[in-house]
Design a protein around this ligand. Structure first.
Ligand SMILES: Cc1cc2nc3c(=O)[nH]c(=O)nc-3n(C[C@H](O)[C@H](O)[C@H](O)COP(=O)(O)OP(=O)(O)OC[C@H]3O[C@@H](n4cnc5c(N)ncnc54)[C@H](O)[C@@H]3O)c2cc1C
Length: 280
């Protein structure tokens, strides 16, 4: 009898211990998950972020990885928005420019920028000098575009050079969200083949999501063998490779100012209303 009572007490003790462990674990995950949601950005003040890895991609393009305060931290940048980066040009004067990370808030503990450094560029000079262990001053989020899943049936995207990074961010968010059914039609223009940024990633999207994501590359100086577009992005290219004007589509564009101006004229001539257009 005494043996049975001891055995019962033991069983209850084990059950209490199991409940305590399961409850504690659930609470821990609940708390840490909550802390992941906190943004590391301040819209009013520049905050320093440490450069932990710099990877040269081509002679004038590099990928910069910056660490966040903890391995679980998120940058806290809404899809469609960008950050302001502050640096010094070659004369030591302050310069502030917008950049869109190629990482999302699903990437914990760091964010990455893909930067093209122009020979005469003011902020380019700052990035050229930025070494691992140095800090970059960043403020944000910035921007008027706030993406909502399924807000349109399809996005047309017209990007030139480094203007691909905002498109890449929105594309990644759409394709990585199984609830989002938006289709994407991207026209991506560059001078030479080697100037095309994030090509491997874009081609992977096209291969993985053939009915959802299409990319049409346009080169001003194409190589001998080339099956993409040639010259500048034309009205005909937009007609062929972007969704036609309709209230449930939007055309996003980001590129150098002369290209943005030319695209605005083409889109207007093709009958897109201002509600169907957004320029980053
Ligand atoms: C929303 C948004 C997001 C952006 N994200 C990125 C990003 O992720 N990565 C990135 O590298 N850039 C990005 N840019 C561009 C970036 O903001 C700067 O314009 C770019 O880094 C050049 O700045 P700079 O001070 O070095 O050049 P500047 O001193 O402004 O220009 C000097 C010279 O550089 C050349 N140049 C400058 N910009 C361009 C251009 N776009 N195309 C062709 N030639 C140019 C020209 O010859 C120009 O005369 C983004 C821009 C916007 C609006």
């Amino acid at each position: 009898m005494e043996f049975l009572r001891t055995h019962k007490v033991e069983k209850i003790s084990i059950a209490v211990a199991v409940v305590a462990i399961v409850g504690g674990t659930a609470y821990y995950f609940c708390v840490t998950k909550k802390s992941k949601g906190a943004s590391c950005l301040d819209p009013e003040n520049f905050k320093p972020f440490k450069l932990v890895k710099r990877t040269q991609i081509s002679h004038n393009v590099a990928k910069f990885r910056f660490s966040l305060p903890t391995p679980d931290s998120v940058l806290g940048l809404p899809i469609g928005q960008h950050i302001s980066c502050r640096g010094k040009d070659s004369l030591g004067e302050e310069v502030i420019k917008p950049y869109t990370p190629t990482t999302l808030d699903t990437d914990l503990g760091y964010f990455e920028l893909v930067i093209k450094m122009y020979p005469e560029g003011r902020m380019s000079h700052h990035f050229k000098e930025l070494q691992e262990g140095y800090y970059l001053a960043v403020k944000g989020p910035k921007g008027r575009f706030k993406y909502q899943p399924n807000e349109v049936r399809a996005f047309g995207m017209i990007a030139g050079g480094t203007g691909i990074t905002p498109m890449f961010q929105v594309t990644r968010a759409i394709l990585e969200n199984p609830q989002d059914k938006t289709n994407i039609h991207l026209i991506y223009a560059n001078v030479t083949y080697d100037d095309i940024l994030l090509k491997e990633e874009l081609d992977n999207f096209a291969q993985k999501f053939p009915s959802r994501f299409r990319v049409y590359y346009v080169l001003n100086q194409p190589p001998e063998e080339w099956d993409g577009g040639v010259g500048f992005v034309s009205k005909e290219m937009i007609q062929t490779h972007c969704p036609a004007p309709s209230p449930d589509i939007k055309i996003l564009r980001c590129g150098p100012p002369p290209m943005n101006k030319a695209m605005a004229a083409h889109l207007d001539a093709l009958g897109y209303s201002s509600q169907m257009l957004f320029q980053f």
